[in-house]
Design a protein around this ligand. Sequence first.
Ligand SMILES: [Zn+2]
Ligand SMILES: [Zn+2]
Length: 154
Amino acid sequence: MKKSPLQHFKQCLEKRHLYFTSQREEVVRRVLSWKGHFGVDDIYEWARHRGLSVGRSTIYRTLQLMAECNLLEERDFQRGYKVYEVSLGKEKHEHMTCVDCDKVIEFQAPSITQAEKDLMMREGFTPLYHSFVVYGLCDECTAKRSNKEKQKVS
Ligand SMILES: [Zn+2]
Ligand SMILES: [Zn+2]
């Protein structure tokens, strides 16, 4: 039988001689079912509403550990804080992010995968990971900005 992500995480913690409080387990369960991209504050807000007494630093450390145990991937969207997403069951993808509303849009880019393969062949280089993020304006924010421009003119 395949290990559940939660079991995998527990074993990973055991190896580090760390234990698992029931509150932390609740956080981990929620994080594993989180759709999309999130930061420490998103989880903290959820925990507060839930009435859990876990602080930001505990959440931060939990997310770090989940990333080290390969359950989460860290993304850097130049926001001054780390953004995470659940890596299990997701296909390789890249990101676009809106500089006005922080919306994140995922897309597949086979040409990047191909470029990595080419590097390996040509340069004998072994790519481990890459970071490719397109910064811009989503359709809504594009419309909002052009409305503002129109208002200025009239
Ligand atoms: Zn936007
Ligand atoms: Zn993503």
